[in-house]
Write a protein of this length. Structure first.
Length: 468
């Protein structure tokens, strides 16, 4: 019996499952067990079934009584080894993934594929180094609950903005704010003529951070514009509108500063003009709002997202996880506390605290003498992580780590093997390791360290967890 209409370009998992008369979770289990072959995937990493694929699913459905449900974990992971993890042509900024710059984040197709393979609808997926929330966004779109942990307050704010639902009232308010910012930009361009402001330079009566970084990194006229915008954002009527407004504001703070870029911490003149901050904010907020509307329309309200602003080394109390997908900090690769410093200053965040808590900071590993971090530092931190994770992840479930090598004190460090060894000490077993090549534009860190070309997907099973 053919269940797939000739001439169709492709069907997704839910459609094929429905035509075969089985639940989507059943089809996902068959794929994990190798009972049906893996179909091709689209640019997002989602499965696209051909007519032949759908017929094979239907054949298995007709004889499903003869198949056992339980298979060894290694067998259920076999399909993961067949995926092209490079995702070279994948679009990575769909939904809310692109609303704020965040260096060294991994592409969403990676957690998407892992979540589909290693968890089921309604389960809880965690990212214990959640960064900008890539795993959590994908978890919610795939009908899972999401839990994120990060010591970086800016990362937590970005994640909150990317994973929250936004109401009709918030959409209306933020749309008005976009129009207001554009109007101010236009009026400032006409300063000295018949202007709304009746003066030659715009000034704001609202507060701005009392910090040397503000005067060092920003032109005086940009400071005035940013102070005005920040007041608009902070007086928004709801927490959701404030959050999205802050992220749109934060997203422009490097581009209107004298900091070269998010990955280059040097001063340069950018030839900014009056009104640029208002113009850039209007564009940033419009993009963020459109992405948030699309996300809200797609994700069901019944699936929750909880974000914990905490160092994972402090062993935060979170709910029990069914799957972990994360990319831990590469030791000696990047210093988020440094490159995000101006954003944290403007948003009133405790940047010095995060500087002390940040794992993997290039500043820490670049120090000489007894206070400098070493390979043993990273080993100790990972040991603490797995001691905590053993009781936070269900027994028999998987923790997936995406990480590349580092150069520490002039020596190349195989971080994936280091993590695997430390995990083994706490009851985890390595069940799969796959190498992937990254795009040349991704994960470019300090030039003295070099660009990371490849990274490893490491999957560990929690064999001695406290809870099944």
């Amino acid at each position: 019996m053919q269940v797939y209409a000739a001439g169709m370009q492709g069907m997704n998992t839910a459609q094929v499952a429905k035509l075969a008369g089985v639940h989507k979770d059943t089809l996902l289990r068959w794929l994990r067990q190798g009972l049906v072959p893996e179909p091709q995937r689209d640019r997002r990493g989602w499965r696209i079934f051909s007519s032949e694929d759908a017929d094979k699913v239907n054949s298995v459905a007709e004889h499903s009584a003869s198949y056992t449900v339980d298979r060894p974990a290694a067998r259920s992971l076999s399909s993961l080894g067949k995926i092209d993890w490079d995702f070279r042509e994948a679009k990575t900024t769909y939904l809310t993934h692109g609303i704020h710059p965040y260096p060294a984040k991994y592409i969403p197709q990676i957690p998407n594929a892992l979540i589909q393979e290693l968890s089921s609808v309604g389960e809880v997926v965690g990212d214990i180094f959640c960064g900008s929330g890539t795993t959590l966004v994908e978890s919610l779109t795939l009908k899972r609950h999401a839990v994120g942990v990060d010591a970086n307050p800016l990362a937590c704010l970005i994640t909150q903005a990317k994973t929250q639902r936004i109401s009709e009232n918030d959409r209306e308010y933020l749309s008005i704010l976009i129009e207001k910012a554009n109007r101010f930009a236009a009026e400032i361009s006409n300063m000295g003529n018949d202007s709304l402001f009746k003066r030659t330079a715009f000034t704001s009566s609202f507060a701005r951070p009392d910090h040397k970084a503000v005067t060092f990194w920003y032109d005086a006229f940009i400071v005035e514009e940013l102070a005005e915008i920040l007041h608009w954002v902070e007086t928004a009527p709801t927490a959701q509108a404030i959050c999205l407004g802050k992220i749109a504001f934060s997203a422009i703070l490097v581009s209107v500063s004298k900091q070269d870029s998010d990955t280059r911490y040097v001063r340069r003149e950018k030839k900014l003009t009056q009104g640029d901050a208002f113009r850039k904010f209007a564009f940033s907020l419009k993009s963020a709002l459109n992405a948030s509307i699309e996300f809200t329309d797609l994700v069901e309200e019944r699936f929750s997202c909880k974000i914990f602003e905490s160092s994972v080394l402090d062993r935060p109390k979170i709910e029990l996880l069914d799957l972990v997908v994360c990319s831990p900090p590469y030791p000696n690769a990047y210093s988020y506390h440094l490159y995000h410093m101006t954003r944290m200053v403007w948003l009133g965040m405790d940047q010095p605290l995060f500087k002390r808590e940040e794992i993997g900071s290039h500043r820490k590993y670049g120090k000489t003498g007894p206070s400098g971090a070493t390979v043993e530092t990273f080993k100790s931190e990972m040991s603490t992580v797995f001691a905590w994770l053993q009781s936070s992840l269900r027994r028999g479930r998987f923790a997936c780590f995406i990480i590349g090598n580092s150069t520490i004190k002039g020596k190349l460090v195989d971080n994936a093997s280091l993590i695997s060894e430390e995990a083994k000490r706490h009851g985890f077993t390595e069940v799969l390791r796959v190498s992937r090549r990254m795009k040349d534009t991704q994960k470019a860190f300090n030039p003295a360290i070099g660009k990371i070309k490849t990274e490893e997907l490491l999957i560990l099973e929690n064999t001695k967890g406290l809870y099944a």
